[in-house]
Design a protein around this ligand. Structure first.
Ligand SMILES: Cc1cc2nc3c(=O)[nH]c(=O)nc-3n(C[C@H](O)[C@H](O)[C@H](O)COP(=O)(O)O)c2cc1C
Length: 196
């Protein structure tokens, strides 16, 4: 079984919805299983402040799950054109996996939800790639053979999947955004399978 970890932080639920579509893509690949995991909020002094088990939604990701996955999809809302603190905090705890090279040569992809069209959608995706490349992960984007990359009027980029919420956070995830998230999950699972 190919075990793909889909990890995200989501305050208002849009990044969580993208995670769901990526997992859908992963599980369209025979023999691949998506483990969807959330990340808790942190306080201003970068400590985890939430209880160990969330009241609702996916359970929280652990460092062990990160180290043992065959592939990783990492998601964050766009906060100031960058990943949100809980995602960085999760990565900042992964030095053990880094020292032991536990993520090296494993495939990874990234996804984000952003409120405004040009408010850092792509820079957030790129920012999430940097620490994963330090881990030696093999970054996957989306090729333009995905027709939605040419037609999307909202989210979704060659650097990863995405959604534009609009100023009131009420845009639904549209067909282009959904198909690109699924395609990214499929590509991740197929690659993890080949590499394993
Ligand atoms: C601290 C903070 C910073 C934000 N920075 C940006 C930004 O730089 N650009 C943008 O378009 N939206 C920004 N937003 C809006 C979020 O990206 C948007 O609400 C996101 O889609 C929510 O995802 P979620 O539903 O998964 O929580 C910011 C929101 C917060 C709370």
């Amino acid at each position: 079984m190919i075990n793909i970890l889909v990890v995200y932080f989501s305050e208002h639920g849009k990044t969580r919805q993208l995670a769901h579509w990526i997992a859908e893509g992963v599980e369209r690949i025979e023999g691949a299983q998506a483990n969807v995991r959330a990340l808790p909020k942190v306080s201003a002094v970068s400590e985890q402040v939430e209880p160990e088990i969330p009241e609702q939604g996916a359970i929280y990701a652990t460092q062990q799950e990160l180290a043992e996955c065959d592939g990783l999809a990492l998601g964050s809302p766009t906060y100031f054109g960058n990943m949100a603190a809980p995602v960085k905090y999760f990565l900042d705890q992964s030095a053990g996996a880094w020292v032991q090279g536990q993520l090296a040569n494993k495939p990874a992809c990234v996804f984000t939800s952003t409120s405004s069209m040009h408010g850092g959608h792509e820079s957030t995706l790129l920012s999430m790639m940097i620490p994963l490349m330090h881990h030696g992960m093999l970054m996957l984007g989306l090729p333009y053979s995905n027709a939605s990359l040419n037609t999307t009027q909202q989210g979704g980029t060659p650097y990863g999947a995405g959604h534009i919420t609009g100023p009131n956070h009420d845009n639904p995830i549209n067909e282009d955004e959904k198909s690109l998230a699924i395609a990214l999950g499929e590509r991740l699972a197929k690659t993890a399978k080949k590499l394993k």
